[in-house]
Design a protein. Structure first.
Length: 459
């Protein structure tokens, strides 16, 4: 590899001179220098100093089969040799997106049988937004175009993704969002449940916010509701089991389409292929990306339910939408191989029956009792640790978000990569983690919490 001719310092200097990073304060980065990851294997990543770090985030919620899978590299190589690219416009197709579409229809929840491809989750959500509005226009109801989304939701970083998302700092930089999108409360019991309110009742109340927004606009004006089954970037916020079935009931009552953003939860994360199956719902449309290829290639698949697909096909007319790389043959070849590996190794069943429950118990047994921890929660292999100053009152450290960064920095120094979002630590490891890997992670996190506590209590 050519980078081996460069020292770490040189790479950092070149990075600072030429590379604008995503979601980054560039002045801060240039002062600190970036951490340069050079290689990875199984559950571990390695930085340019050769330090081994256990990757608790599967890259960025995506490397579900872990690193160093030769089979995926071989699938890409073989496809590049045979046909590196051809488009799927103008009545053309290539074999791998064709076969991947059938496979996805087989894995998807009931009634979801068609696929539209892009290269990222953001693109898939752009497509979803355009498609549901196009659907209602084809149905003769162009005024039914409002989308209900949620505060703190994350749906990507394009203009449509940012508009659908509920992140205020992102909205502020947008200079004009896509019109007709409203945001309702999130199902986050830890901070929003009323004193004495059960989880079940809180879930129903959070779902009622969707109904209120529909009634406020008038059902004939509302196209769809969009949400992540479990909010990811917003802090692994796991809704009560009462939430999604009630949201589905409300959507059906008012003939509002149900859009699930499974960019993080898709492909095994919650212990089913899709979180729709975990929560027992049947959405009209599902956005997926990330773990579809385990991050080895950029690819998104928008899974389109029969109702929308039937109108699109039967009413006809061209849907003026698509990307150069829609159905990229190499990305689709890697996705097919990735799904084959997941099936062959039974990774989804393992999360559901073994590592998911073990992870939940390990967090409870080894992390929840720590003085800095207000709550731990998890579903499948997706977890969160709330950092608080005071367990009983849930008081946070100030300034907001600083304590979680302290924990994260200690964790990385302990050889444990996890993410801090606000005052919440997040875990979303590769699905290849075993009970032993979970024990190792908990040990390192507990140590990081102790070290952070010593720092934070000094202040
Ligand atoms: N939807 C969801 C639910 C996501 O998590 C996207 C859409 C957009 O996907 P692309 O491929 O366009 O990035 C995402 C992406 C974080 C973080 O800080 C999370 C994401 C991306 C970047 C950072 O946790 N999720």
């Amino acid at each position: 590899m050519t980078y081996q001719n460069y020292s770490l310092k040189q790479l950092q200097q070149i990075d600072a001179a030429h590379h604008l990073h995503p979601f980054t304060d560039h002045r801060e980065l240039r002062e600190a220098g970036s951490r340069i990851i050079t290689h990875a294997n199984g559950p571990f990543i390695y930085d340019a100093d050769g330090t081994e770090i256990l990757d608790g985030m599967a890259g960025l919620w995506c490397v579900n089969v872990g690193y160093g899978r030769d089979e995926l590299a071989d699938a890409a190589y073989a496809q590049m040799k045979e046909l590196p690219y051809y488009n799927s416009f103008f009545k053309c197709s290539t074999p791998t997106p064709v076969l991947l579409s059938r496979k996805l229809a087989e894995l998807a929840p009931k009634g979801v049988n068609q696929v539209f491809y892009g290269s990222s989750g953001s693109e898939a959500n752009d497509t979803a937004l355009r498609l549901v509005r196009h659907y209602w226009a084809l149905e003769g109801k162009p005024q039914k175009n409002r989308i209900i989304a949620r505060k703190m939701g994350y749906h990507g970083s394009t203009i449509a993704g940012t508009s659908l998302g509920g992140m205020e700092p992102m909205h502020k930089q947008l200079g004009g969002a896509v019109p007709n999108i409203v945001h309702v409360m999130m199902p986050y019991a830890y901070e929003l449940a009323l004193p004495g309110e059960s989880d079940h009742d809180f879930g129903l109340r959070a779902a009622k916010a969707v109904e209120d927004a529909i009634l406020e606009a008038g059902a004939d004006k509302v196209a769809a509701f969009i949400g992540e089954p479990v909010m990811g970037a917003g802090g692994v916020k796991i809704p009560p089991m009462s939430y999604w079935p009630e949201v589905q009931r409300i959507c059906r009552k008012y003939d509002v389409l149900l859009m699930l953003d499974e960019v993080i939860t898709g492909y095994g994360r919650t212990g089913e292929w899709f979180a729709a199956q975990t929560f027992g719902i049947e959405p009209d449309i599902i956005t997926t990306a990330k773990a579809l290829t385990s991050g080895y290639q950029p690819l998104s698949a928008l899974l389109v339910g029969d109702r929308i697909a039937a109108t699109l096909v039967e009413k006809g007319g061209e849907f003026y939408h698509g990307y150069t790389y829609s159905g990229h043959p190499v990305a689709c070849a890697v996705a097919l191989k990735n799904l084959e590996i997941m099936e062959r190794e039974g990774l989804v069943d393992r999360v559901r029956n073994d590592t998911g429950p073990y992870f939940a118990k390990a967090l409870q047994d080894h992390i929840a009792g720590h003085d800095l921890v207000g709550e731990v929660r998890s579903i499948g292999l997706m977890g969160a640790i709330e950092i608080v100053r005071d367990k009983a009152s849930k008081e946070r450290f100030l300034p907001s978000g600083s304590a979680a960064v302290t924990v994260r920095d200690h964790a990385i120094a302990q050889g444990m990569m996890l993410r801090a979002t606000g005052d919440t630590m997040i875990l979303s490891p590769p699905l290849i983690w075993t009970r032993e890997t979970i024990d190792m992670a908990c040990e390192r996190i507990a140590k990081a919490l102790d070290l952070a506590q010593a720092d934070l209590r000094k202040q």
